[in-house]
Structures are given as C-alpha cells and as structure tokens.
Design a binder for this molecule. Structure first.
Ligand code: GSH
Length: 209
C-alpha cells in the first residue's frame, strides 16, 4: 500500500488502537495525529468540516492535501488496511462470519464495555448524569452477556473466525483486554484469557500504550 496513511486518534481510545494494531500486524507505516476528546477537540468546526462530520475519532486519512480521503469508523478503517491480507479470510462464508463478529463488537460489546470504561475511568461516576447512571446496570448485564458468549465460542475455537487471527479478533481485542477498567471481571473467562495471550503473541503485536 503506497498511499500515506494518517490516523486521527485519541490514544486512550480502544477504537483507535484497533487501527494501530492492524497496521502494526501488517507492517504498514501509519502516522498519527492526536486529539483530546475530553476537551471536545473532535467537535470543532474545522474537524467537523474536514475530518469527520460525525465529530468522532478514529478517522483514517488516506493521502495528503487536496487528494486526502477520510474514513471514519474503526472497523471500516481496519477493513481498508487489511483488504487482501491474511487478516481477512478468502472463503466467502468465513469472510461473512468475520463481519458477523465485527458487527457484534459494535452492537453488543463496545456500547456496553467501552462505554462503561469511559464513564468510570475517564468521566468518573460522580460526574455522570442521572440518565447515564440509570444505564450502568443494563450496560453491565449486556457487557457481561457479550463476554460470556465470547468465552463459550472460544472454548472450541482458537480465534473468532477460523484457525488464524482475523479482523474479528482485532475488533474484539482492545475493549476486551480493557474490560476490567469498566468493572468487568475476566477471571472467570479462561478461554478469553487464553485468546488474549494468543493475540499478544502474534508477530508484530504492539500494546495499546
Ligand atoms: N463506531 C465508532 C465509534 C467512535 C467513537 O465513539 N469514538 C469516540 C472515542 S472511542 C469519540 O470520538 N468520542 C468523542 C465524542 O463523541 O465527542 C467506531 O468504531 O469508530
């Protein structure tokens, strides 16, 4: 891939880390530009007009200057980087199954586990609104159910999709390995523990910080 790649990110975000991890595993050079989401730096008129009208990171920038194209959404950016690589299975069903786990991550996992991590670790429970506080328990139950489902799947699969790591694993690894920061216990999920160790042993793996 000859194009210049720049990740617009907040380094504390697991969604941004997915893209850094994909690039590292594939040996792709990736420049980064940091924003502080706690200071609203992704909500400025300039960011909204040029980087992402949705006001969020991560955004993968492909190319420079007038030719630059901007790709928001972590899993879309991972797909862009990994297209045609060993991180995407070639079999049609396996490819769709990989996407199934990436959609699961965005619908059943990240909105519960990552959101509780953000609220508890970065915002602080005392500063949550009444509405957010009312969502803690439903999110805790839904996040725990997602982890339970993953653990059951990993009981007889080395990785989420097939016998090798794919984008499904990269999408699920960041907020799973950070789940304890959201108040989720991982100790009872031995298969997740084994899978986390397998991801961390992949050639080219880089830790989050
Ligand atoms: N579905 C999106 C989620 C993006 C997202 O929620 N980004 C957060 C950080 S992880 C953000 O930019 N928050 C700042 C804000 O909403 O102002 C993805 O996977 O990239």
């Amino acid at each position: 891939m000859a194009e210049a790649l720049t990740l617009h990110e907040d380094p504390r975000s697991g969604n941004c880390y997915k893209i850094r991890l994909t690039a590292a595993l594939l040996g792709l050079p990736l420049a980064t530009r940091s924003y502080d989401i706690m200071k609203g730096e992704t909500r400025t008129p300039e960011f909204l007009a040029t980087v992402n009208a949705n006001g969020r990171i991560p955004v993968l920038q492909v190319g420079h200057g007038a030719e630059a194209r901007f790709l928001p959404e972590s899993n879309a950016a991972c797909w862009y980087l990994a297209h045609g690589s060993a991180l995407v299975p070639t079999d049609r069903f396996a490819q769709a199954d990989m996407l199934r786990w990436m959609f699961f991550e965005q619908y059943s996992h990240e909105p519960n586990i990552a959101t509780l991590r953000f609220w508890l670790r970065f915002v602080g429970e005392a500063r949550l609104s009444a509405e957010q506080r009312a969502q803690i328990m439903p999110k805790r139950m839904a996040g725990a159910a997602a982890l339970e489902l993953m653990d059951r799947h990993l009981a007889d699969h080395a990785f989420f999709c097939g016998k090798a790591a794919s984008l499904a694993d990269i999408a699920l690894y960041p907020y799973t390995h950070l789940a304890e920061e959201g108040g989720f216990g991982l100790g009872q999920h031995a298969h997740i523990g084994r899978w986390i160790a397998a991801i961390e042993a992949l050639p080219g793996f880089v830790p989050m910080d």
